[in-house]
Design a protein around this ligand. Structure first.
Ligand code: URA
Length: 435
């Protein structure tokens, strides 16, 4: 077979045969097909897409390039949750202990931050001692004993994805629905997940910028999981403004703990009840959202979810004393308070801009090799719809890096906000549910 012919066929909109797909995926995973041909192929798929048969075959072949965990019958109570990535998105760290406290098992492999979007693994690594790499046996024992574990992505799962993703990242081909769906689903199926709730984020702070493409991705994910014999639901959610009141790793861990103590900002509350509720239904613990919501509230109110989070930290060698003493988390050396120049109602807060700003103060990586400053981050006390006066505090930046251009940072922060003289409605967080 000839890679050039396969690229040409896809470029011209032809349907690829299973053999062509298998040959191409195996070829780029082994290194026999060079990066420049993989780039051209990714661009051809970006423009021409895959039909559902091609997508299934492509994903199946990606799965077969690495280790495969075979789910067993007694994994009915196992669930997984996946977010396509956002700013201030700490929902996984809140819903996972809640559903584990309800008796589900949630073994999670999570990622690091990508571009402006934060990563669950980076947030957990801000907890002193917390290990995100543990051996398979210890991980399985932990899941058996406490029902929850969160580790970094194994390099041995869907190896093809790692290579393809690195190329997509630098060839403007990340935003392709079949490539995103195959990337996500290959890792989920390879890791043995069968009951999955997807949080498909749309808006300025997400990779999917509009609801139409968000719904298209949500449908594609659900169909693809079904093709592999799994069960999933995709919730399309609003990612225009940063979630909650904090962006930045240790600050978001504090916010997670506060949420598990019952202090949930409204946007987080709406998402937590919806996503934890769907996980309880898909995992067979609740029959409908009403019943599921009652269970979620009970596990927050009686602190069982908080205790699960504490168990998670202890089992993964972290210092669980942080739950009652936030000073044990990394502390920023400096902070600046930012005040409003405007009167009125907040009508917009640009999550992508806040996400990029958080990278520039050290809370994320601009280059892959950058070290994260876990203490760096941004406090956003206000939400869309809030009424403010000139001089009110609209933010606080926590940082330790010296030589930051503070005037620049303050200007970027302020320009992320838009105001209206008329009252503004609070945004709806759950935009669509695809099952
Ligand atoms: N997350 C993934 O794992 N893959 C993508 O392509 C995009 C987001």
């Amino acid at each position: 077979m000839n890679p050039v012919e396969i690229i040409r066929n896809k470029r011209n909109g032809k349907i690829l045969t299973n053999k062509e797909i298998d040959y191409f995926v195996a070829g780029f995973t082994s290194g026999d097909i060079p990066d420049y041909q993989v780039s051209a192929f990714a661009m051809a798929v970006y423009f021409q897409g895959f039909n559902s048969d091609e997508l299934y075959q492509f994903t199946k072949e990606m799965i077969e390039t690495g280790d495969i965990v075979t789910p067993s019958e007694d994994m009915r109570n196992y669930v997984d949750k996946h977010s396509t990535g956002g700013v201030g998105d700490k929902i996984t760290l809140i819903v996972s202990p809640i559903v584990a406290a309800c008796g589900l098992k949630i073994p999670k492999m999570s990622g690091k931050g990508l571009s402006f979007s934060g990563g669950t693994i980076d947030k957990l690594e801000s907890i002193p001692g917390f290990k995100v790499n543990i051996n398979r046996n210890d991980f399985l024992k932990q899941i058996n004993e406490i029902g929850i574990g969160i580790i970094g992505q194994s390099d041995n799962l869907a190896k093809a994805d790692k290579q393809l993703y690195a190329i997509r990242d630098v060839t403007a081909t990340v935003e392709s629905i079949p490539l995103i769906a195959s990337s996500i689903v290959s890792k989920k199926i390879a890791s043995g997940s069968k009951n999955i709730v997807f949080d498909v984020k749309v808006g300025v702070g997400a990779f999917m910028k509009d609801i139409k493409t968000g719904i298209e991705l949500a449908n594609t994910l659900v169909e693809l999981v079904k093709d592999f014999g799994g069960n999933s639901i995709a919730i399309v959610t609003n990612m225009n403004a940063p979630l909650g009141n904090y962006v930045g790793n240790s600050l978001e861990i504090i916010e997670v703990i506060e949420c598990l103590k019952g202090n949930l900002p409204k946007d987080i509350e709406e998402l937590v009840y919806e996503l934890a509720g769907e996980l309880l239904i898909i995992g067979g613990k609740a029959t409908d959202l009403l019943q599921a919501r009652i269970m979620v509230k009970e596990k927050i109110d009686n602190l069982e979810a908080l205790n699960k989070f504490s168990d998670l930290i202890k089992y993964q060698s972290g210092d669980s004393k942080i739950i009652n003493d936030y000073n044990l988390l990394p502390q920023a050396k400096h902070n600046i308070v930012i005040k409003s120049d405007n009167d009125g109602y907040i009508s917009f807060i640009n999550a992508e801009q806040i996400g990029m700003l958080s990278l520039s103060i050290g809370a994320g990586r601009i280059k892959k090799t950058d070290e994260i400053d876990y203490s760096a981050g941004i406090y956003l006390p206000l939400k869309i719809g809030d009424k403010i006066k000139k001089g009110d505090v609209i933010g606080k930046i926590f940082y330790s890096k010296e030589n930051l251009k503070l005037d620049n940072i303050i200007n970027i922060f302020k320009s992320a906000f838009e105001f209206s003289i008329n009252p503004v409605d609070e945004p709806t967080m759950v935009l669509s549910v695809i099952s």
